[in-house]
Ligand binder design. Structure first.
Ligand SMILES: *[C@@H]1O[C@H](CO)[C@@H](O)[C@H](O)[C@H]1NC(C)=O
Ligand SMILES: *[C@@H]1O[C@H](CO)[C@@H](O)[C@H](O)[C@H]1NC(C)=O
Ligand SMILES: *[C@@H]1O[C@H](CO)[C@@H](O)[C@H](O)[C@H]1NC(C)=O
Ligand SMILES: *[C@@H]1O[C@H](CO)[C@@H](O)[C@H](O)[C@H]1NC(C)=O
Ligand SMILES: *[C@@H]1O[C@H](CO)[C@@H](O)[C@H](O)[C@H]1NC(C)=O
Ligand SMILES: *[C@@H]1O[C@H](CO)[C@@H](O)[C@H](O)[C@H]1NC(C)=O
Ligand SMILES: *[C@@H]1O[C@H](CO)[C@@H](O)[C@H](O)[C@H]1NC(C)=O
Ligand SMILES: *[C@@H]1O[C@H](CO)[C@@H](O)[C@H](O)[C@H]1NC(C)=O
Ligand SMILES: *[C@@H]1O[C@H](CO)[C@@H](O)[C@H](O)[C@H]1NC(C)=O
Ligand SMILES: *[C@@H]1O[C@H](CO)[C@@H](O)[C@H](O)[C@H]1NC(C)=O
Ligand SMILES: *[C@@H]1O[C@H](CO)[C@@H](O)[C@H](O)[C@H]1NC(C)=O
Ligand SMILES: *[C@@H]1O[C@H](CO)[C@@H](O)[C@H](O)[C@H]1NC(C)=O
Length: 494
């Protein structure tokens, strides 16, 4: 019960900067008498004999969305611009990686107990294991801004899943291979997002720290494009959290957050299945820095209410793959230039003529009708593929109310960083040119593996442009940020 109330009613402490306008939502648990009478009639027992049946349940954070909210671009003028900031204590971080923490090399993993056990059956060590009561609340600006970013992501997913159901009719879903049960799964996943938005709002300290839902702008027009966009959006939602969860000050927050992201990971895979992609062509899911997730998300948020909280993360200049492998093709090797539709770093692959579309066939290896698994005979990409890129210069307005400005601290881009699975790798950026405000370049898709038998670059993964090829790994990838000249972009490697 303690747990139930801790994740429900939340902590009404004000966290972060004072909001412009107050935001509130109902936090009072209540008993849903309709649901209760269903339970008692199925059980054939009075409520008093069913344990906990009459306990009040915390409400969901209210969302504006019923599937009919307005969508589209922002046409107004921002009232404020730039990321949230105060006075940074330094302008640059360490220019080279520091040596490992000496205490990190002390423990001897040799199968024995190195230290006295604090209690029977409890080996020494661990954090948060000494019996103190958990506090499910952010504990630093880092925590707050990370979970706030997560809440922006949960809100768009809630809207997006409803919007997909509201936009397309049954025959359009059927043509993409979806059954009524599949459509109900989308509705159920939207409900999960209501729960995630409520959990994250409470972890942020309740209404004083949380942010309301915004208005969104989506780049798709067909069911297949919608699923392609959504499998990309949920990929950066999931990877955005894997990038910071181990760095949070509040382990209690990391605990509950991980339990929501485990669900999000399943959603990402389901949308790949709905898009007729192989569900999980990698052995490990990668993490990305918060500023990468924010750069990927911001272009799809058009406008937020006046009482929204602002983010401190960076928006990098936009990067685009001009020959993004087209997952709508039976033969993706035939992908030409500009075969994406809409806008932004998660722009879906465009539909192609029916006779070239993977939706037009049931043939194994060529079909992309919704399925548990579609094994593609012709992979979407391959090591050695020539990848053509274009990118913007910094200084462009993006995100909610066009109120964030793209920025980079890097020198001229020289490399493409490929972030997938456990590690990063670089390829040289060549044939660089500019035409007006747009820059062009190309690179060759590398051939790297995590372990024998697992090519690292596959699935829906991340690329960006950097000025140096420094060796970052999963736990310190955010140190790459000062070297990012443009991107990230979601590359459809497989
Ligand atoms: C294992 O490591 C611990 C700590 O260094 C040491 O005390 C112990 O003797 C080692 N045991 C074996 C079997 O190597
Ligand atoms: C329990 O552990 C936490 C760190 O996980 C520490 O901050 C706290 O002081 C410890 N409390 C006691 C009573 O040892
Ligand atoms: C479903 O939507 C498509 C595209 O807008 C349209 O062509 C079709 O007639 C609609 N079908 C039904 C049964 O409403
Ligand atoms: C964004 O723009 C809308 C419409 O102009 C306005 O109502 C809203 O207050 C703005 N949001 C912020 C955070 O300034
Ligand atoms: C796929 O397209 C490539 C490039 O046009 C072509 O060389 C190849 O033969 C095609 N494969 C099949 C199975 O159609
Ligand atoms: C693709 O888009 C780029 C950038 O907008 C443009 O320069 C190029 O001409 C387009 N190429 C084709 C084949 O449409
Ligand atoms: C598909 O049809 C178009 C014209 O309708 C044709 O140009 C193209 O070659 C066809 N593609 C295939 C793979 O048959
Ligand atoms: C795939 O097979 C099913 C069952 O035979 C059939 O109803 C459907 O029309 C086929 N779809 C396509 C695109 O060939
Ligand atoms: C699946 O695709 C791979 C190529 O990516 C191929 O080697 C394998 O034979 C295919 N398996 C089936 C069952 O189609
Ligand atoms: C990605 O994984 C799939 C499934 O194993 C495989 O068929 C494909 O060849 C892989 N693609 C790349 C680029 O390695
Ligand atoms: C990551 O890649 C670098 C460079 O390829 C390599 O030296 C390092 O061992 C890899 N680290 C991990 C954890 O795989
Ligand atoms: C760079 O340009 C040269 C000359 O046009 C071309 O041969 C080469 O394939 C290009 N490299 C890439 C990676 O596109």
């Amino acid at each position: 019960m303690l747990f139930k109330s801790a994740i429900g009613a939340g902590f009404v402490a004000a966290v972060g900067a004072a909001p412009q306008a107050t935001y509130s939502y109902n936090q009072s648990p209540s008993v849903n008498s309709g649901a209760l009478s269903t339970v008692t009639s199925i059980a054939g027992l009075p409520a008093t004999e069913i344990p906990e049946a009459t306990l009040p349940v915390p409400p969901l954070v209210s969302s504006q969305v019923t599937g009919a909210t307005s969508h589209g671009a922002f046409n107004g003028t921002p009232t404020t611009t730039g990321a949230l900031s105060n006075s940074p204590l330094a302008t640059v971080g360490p220019t080279a990686a520091l040596p490992p923490n000496p205490t990190a090399l002390v423990y001897n993993p040799n199968g024995t107990l190195n230290n006295p056990q604090p209690l029977p059956y409890q080996p020494a060590g661990g954090l948060g294991t000494n019996g103190t009561k958990p506090v499910y609340r952010v504990q630093s600006d880092f925590d707050y801004q990370s979970i706030l970013l997560g809440l922006y992501q949960e809100w768009i997913e809630l809207d997006l899943f409803h919007n997909i159901l509201a936009t397309f009719n049954e025959s359009e879903f059927t043509a993409a291979g979806l059954t009524p049960s599949d459509r109900f799964l989308i509705e159920f996943m939207a409900d999960q997002e209501s729960g995630h938005a409520t959990l994250l709002s409470n972890l942020l300290g309740g209404p004083g720290g949380a942010t309301p839902q915004c208005t969104y702008n989506y780049p798709f027009k067909t069911v297949r494009e919608a699923f392609d966009f959504t499998q990309k959006l949920t990929r950066f939602g999931e990877s955005g959290v894997w990038g910071f969860q181990a760095h949070l000050d509040a382990r209690e927050v990391a605990q509950l957050l991980d339990q929501s992201i485990a669900t999000e990971a399943r959603q990402q895979m389901i949308f790949r299945q709905f898009a007729g992609l192989f569900p999980m062509p990698v052995w490990f899911e990668t993490g990305i820095p918060q500023s990468w997730a924010w750069t990927l998300l911001a272009p799809y948020i058009s406008e937020c209410p006046a009482n929204s909280k602002r983010l401190a993360w960076q928006n990098f200049p936009a990067l685009k793959v001009l020959n993004q492998p087209n997952s709508a093709r039976m033969n993706a090797t035939q992908t030409g230039l500009n075969e994406t539709t809409g806008f932004g770093p998660a722009a879906p692959s465009s539909d192609v003529p029916y006779n070239e579309s993977c939706l037009s066939t049931n043939t194994t290896g060529f079909s992309c009708l919704a399925s548990i698994s579609q094994n593609r005979t012709i992979p979407l990409s391959y090591p050695g593929r020539r990848v053509q890129l274009s990118w913007e210069n910094p200084g462009k307005a993006v995100g909610p109310n066009n109120s964030y400005i793209t920025d980079t601290e890097a020198g001229a881009p020289k490399f493409v960083i490929w972030v997938s699975q456990l590690n990063v790798t670089y390829s040289p950026l060549v044939n660089i040119s500019s035409e007006g405000d747009v820059n062009y370049g190309a690179t060759i898709q590398p051939d790297v593996s995590t372990y024998e038998g697992d090519p690292a670059i596959n699935g829906t993964m991340f690329i960006a442009l950097t000025d140096k090829d420094l060796p970052f790994t999963a736990f310190n990838l955010s140190s790459v940020n000062p070297h990012v000249a443009a991107g990230p972009f979601l590359y459809q490697a497989g």
